[in-house]
Design a binder for this molecule. Structure first.
Ligand SMILES: [Zn+2]
Length: 377
């Protein structure tokens, strides 16, 4: 659990901000120590590996990449945020096998899932990059410069808050701004500015094979089932390996980096009802392992079931509040409580400082949809 520090109190308390409908990072991971920059590898089944990139390394989120070694070739699900991280995964693949990566799946248009496409295209000429038709369309229109702009916009309140603290010599809570606090915060903002610049220069390699709704293919004896589902982005791809009983969800299901606590972010890029329907459809699948878009692999459906309850409860509460006659987003948010379900994710530990912001974003989205897209007075 992230401790609530002075730093967090002065700001929103979150690692992320919602800018232009997407979630952008506003603070780098706390630690940059060498051990925190290494990929973590899990073996999920024979020939199926999960590579978890820590947020300290991939900067945006802590991204999960699944590598599946087939009879003749390799299939990869998602390609990280930074080309640097993708190159590290490719080096690991080469240690495991000399078979080429022939298929790369991009789960959705958020850049923390496709930033490494160019690295794969260079390392494995002729690679097929697979996504839904809609994902490709979004990727065409939403360029790396969009993500750069969103990150820099998200940083502005951070910069302004620090400038105020420097001017007054005090934090927002009245405690003195120490030289060490200032140094750490200046450094954090500088790293995020540098990161924004880095990703604006990432070459955009678009998917070259697209599908709608569902696609099934076989590689040797292995069956791959792809479904288009709503997650934190519309028309996101989910991968199901029926024989191995593994479900790879992309950001249709995300957990905190350490797996402990409620979902850490939500965006404005989806529709609520189909998102909940997607989660409910997962609960009917025969699975031994669920790989979320971020966080450790799950070996039962506890996290999934809890998230279904959380979403359903908030939706019900927003509807009830509106039916009682509440009108503004502020009124509705005040009438909704997600804490009683959220604390069940990590019993005995306080709710993460991000959670109120998650509630606000999610509740507002439900509010808008409940009123046919209305933003509210
Ligand atoms: Zn996403």
């Amino acid at each position: 659990m992230r401790p609530v520090t002075k730093y967090a109190i002065r700001r929103t308390g979150s690692l992320f901000a919602l800018v232009a409908g997407i979630v952008v990072p506003v603070r780098p991971a706390a630690s940059q120590a060498p051990g925190t920059l290494a990929l973590k590898r899990d073996v999920l089944a024979d020939g199926v590996y999960l590579f978890r990139a820590p947020r300290a390394l991939d900067m945006w989120t802590s991204t999960n990449v699944v590598v599946i070694i087939n009879d003749q070739d390799v299939t990869v699900f998602d390609s990280n945020t930074r080309p640097l991280t993708a190159q590290m995964v490719i080096a690991e693949i080469r240690k495991l096998t000399n078979k080429p990566v022939r298929t790369l799946i991009n789960s959705h248009w958020h850049m923390d899932h496709w930033g490494g496409n160019q690295a794969y295209a260079s390392a494995f000429p002729g690679i097929q990059i697979l996504a839904t038709t809609q994902t490709r369309e979004f990727m065409k229109r939403i360029t790396p410069r969009f993500f750069e702009t969103a990150i820099l916009t998200g940083l502005q309140p951070e910069r302004a808050a620090l400038d105020t603290a420097i001017r007054t010599g005090k934090e927002a809570d009245g405690s003195p701004l120490t030289a060490e606090d200032r140094r750490v915060e200046e450094q954090g903002i500088a790293r995020m500015v540098q990161f924004a610049k880095e990703i604006s220069g990432v070459p955009r390699v678009l998917p070259n094979l697209v599908y709608v709704d569902t696609l099934v293919f076989w590689k040797g004896g292995r069956e791959f089932r792809l479904f288009s589902e709503t997650g934190d982005a519309t028309a996101s791809t989910v991968l199901y390996l029926p024989k191995e009983r593994i479900l790879v969800t992309g950001d249709v299901l995300v957990s905190p980096e350490d797996g402990k606590g409620p979902p850490p972010w939500t965006t404005n890029s989806y529709k609520i009802t189909p998102w909940l329907a997607a989660l409910r459809s997962f609960s009917t699948l025969d699975v031994d392992v669920i790989v979320p878009g971020q966080g450790p692999a799950m070996h039962d459906k506890t996290y999934l079931t809890r998230t279904i309850h959380l979403f359903a409860s908030i939706i019900d509460q927003v509807h009830a509040a509106l039916e009682r006659g509440l009108v503004t987003q502020t009124e509705v948010l005040a009438a909704v409580n997600g804490d009683s379900i959220a604390v069940q994710y990590a019993p005995g530990t306080p709710l993460p400082s991000d959670f109120p912001l998650w509630m606000k974003f999610f509740t507002n989205k439900v509010y808008q949809e409940s009123r046919d897209g209305g933003e509210g007075p």
